[in-house]
Design a protein around this ligand. Structure first.
Ligand code: IPM
Ligand code: MG
Length: 374
C-alpha cells in the first residue's frame, strides 16, 4: 500500500529521463508512494495557452509533495509565435510554471544545498558545503512589470521620487519598469528558515547576500529582518556580504561559508554559481518549500538537444528526491540516498558525460539505486 501521494510533473525535454531515474532510486530505498502524473510545460502552452493547466494545480492540492522535472521557457516574442494558430492574438501570455507554482502555493523557501562530494572531478575544491536559501515568492519575480509604462504610474512615481523625473519625461514605450517588491514577512520567514537550517545541520554562520549600500529599501529590509531574526539564534553568526563581492568570494574562498540567504533574483544568481563550484547543474537539486507543501526539482533546464540520448546526469534529480524524503520526514531513507550518491562518486566507476565519462543517465541511476538498496 502506498503511504504517500506524490505529484509527478516531468515537464519538458530531459525532465522525463531524470525523473524516471529519481524514481528508480526512491523505489530502491523502499519509499512507498503513488505517483500522480500531471501536465506541465511547453506542450500545454502551445496547445492550451497555459503551461500550468488548472487540472495540474488540482493534483498538487491533493498530494503530499511534488517531483518536478524541467521546463522549456522562451522570451515573450518566441512564446507568442509558437502558440497554436487558433490561440494567437487572444491575449495569452507565457509565464514560467515553476515560478507560478512557487507563488500559487506560497513556497517561500527555495533551498539549494551545494555540497562537494569528495572525488567528483568537477569540484572546485572538496571541502565546500553550502546551503543556499533563496526567497521564492517576491522580489524581482513578483511579476509587477510595465512596458510601455502607463502615464499614471510614471507621474505618481515622479511625484514621490525626484529620481524618477528623468525617466518620466521619456516616451512611455521607451521606458520599462520591473518592480522589486519585498515584504517584512517575506524577509523574516526566509531568514528564519535559513537560521533553522543552520541550527539543524550545524553550520556556524548565516550570510545575508544583498546590496543594502545601494538598493537601500529592499536589500535594507532583508538585512534588518536578518538582524532581528538572528537574536533568536545566538550561537549562529550573522554575516552580510554584498552580492557582487559574494560572487568573488564564492570562487576564491567558498569553504569559508555555510548558509547563504538572499532575495529571489540574487538568490537565483548565487545558486547557479554555488552549484558550479560543486560540479555544475548536474548535481544541483532544489526544494521549493513551505510548511504545507514542497516541490522538488533538479535546477537544470530541459536540455532539448539531449532528449532521448540519456546523456544528462540524473544526480540533481536523484538528490531532489532525497530532499523530498527529508521534507516528508523520511530522513533515514534520504540519508541512504545521499550516502549512495557519495559512494558512487567516490568509487569513480560510473561517470556521466558532464563528469568526463560516457555512462548514461540510466547507468548512473542504476549504480545509485544499487548502492542505496545496500
Ligand atoms: C531556477 C530557474 C528558474 C528561475 C527559471 C527556469 C524560471 O533559473 O529555478 O533557478 O529563474 O527561478
Ligand atoms: Mg536559476
Amino acid at each position: 500500500m502506498a503511504n504517500y501521494r506524490i505529484a509527478y510533473l516531468p515537464g519538458d525535454g530531459v525532465g522525463h529521463e531524470v525523473l524516471e531515474a529519481a524514481r528508480s532510486v526512491l523505489d530502491a530505498v523502499g519509499f512507498q508512494a503513488e505517483y500522480v502524473p500531471g501536465d506541465v510545460g511547453w506542450e500545454f502552452w502551445r496547445k492550451e495557452g497555459n503551461p500550468l493547466p488548472e487540472r495540474t494545480v488540482e493534483i498538487l492540492k491533493n498530494t503530499d509533495a511534488c517531483l518536478f522535472g524541467a521546463i522549456t521557457s522562451k522570451p515573450k516574442e518566441e512564446a507568442a509565435q509558437e502558440l497554436a494558430p487558433e490561440l494567437r492574438d487572444k491575449g495569452y501570455e507565457y509565464s514560467s510554471p515553476i515560478v507560478g507554482l512557487r507563488q500559487l502555493f506560497d513556497l517561500y523557501a527555495n533551498v539549494r544545498p551545494c555540497k562537494a562530494f569528495p572525488g567528483n572531478p568537477l569540484n572546485l575544491r572538496d571541502d565546500i558545503d553550502l546551503g543556499v536559501f533563496r526567497e521564492n515568492t517576491e522580489g524581482l519575480y513578483a511579476g509587477v512589470e510595465f512596458h510601455p509604462i502607463p502615464e499614471q504610474v510614471s507621474k505618481t512615481l515622479a511625484a514621490h521620487s525626484p529620481k524618477m523625473k528623468r525617466f518620466a519625461d521619456k516616451p512611455a514605450d521607451q521606458v520599462a519598469l520591473s518592480c522589486r517588491i519585498f515584504t517584512w514577512e517575506g524577509c523574516k520567514r526566509i531568514v528564519r528558515a535559513a537560521f533553522e537550517y543552520a541550527q539543524e545541520h550545524g553550520y556556524p554562520s548565516v550570510t545575508v547576500v544583498e546590496k543594502p549600500n545601494v538598493i537601500r529599501e529592499t536589500s535594507g529590509m532583508m538585512l534588518r529582518a536578518a538582524r532581528e531574526v538572528a537574536k533568536d539564534f545566538p550561537k549562529i553568526e550573522l554575516r552580510d556580504t554584498n552580492i557582487d563581492a559574494m560572487c568573488m568570494w564564492l570562487v576564491k574562498n567558498p569553504q569559508d561559508y555555510g548558509v547563504l540567504v538572499s532575495s529571489n533574483m540574487f538568490g537565483d544568481i548565487i545558486s547557479d554559481l554555488s552549484a558550479q563550484i560543486v560540479g555544475g547543474l548536474g548535481f544541483a537539486a532544489a526544494g521549493n518549500i513551505s510548511k504545507e507543501y514542497g516541490v522538488f526539482e533538479p535546477t537544470h533546464g530541459s536540455a532539448p538537444k539531449y532528449v532521448g540520448q540519456k546523456r544528462v546526469n540524473p544526480l540533481a534529480a536523484i538528490l531532489a528526491g532525497k530532499m523530498m524524503l527529508d521534507w516528508l520526514g523520511e530522513k533515514e531513507k534520504g540519508e541512504r540516498i545521499e550516502q549512495a550518491v557519495a559512494q558512487v562518486i567516490r568509487e569513480a566507476k560510473v561517470r556521466t558525460h558532464d563528469m568526463g565519462g560516457t555512462d548514461t543517465t540510466d547507468a548512473m541511476a542504476r549504480a545509485v539505486a544499487q548502492a542505496a538498496a545496500g
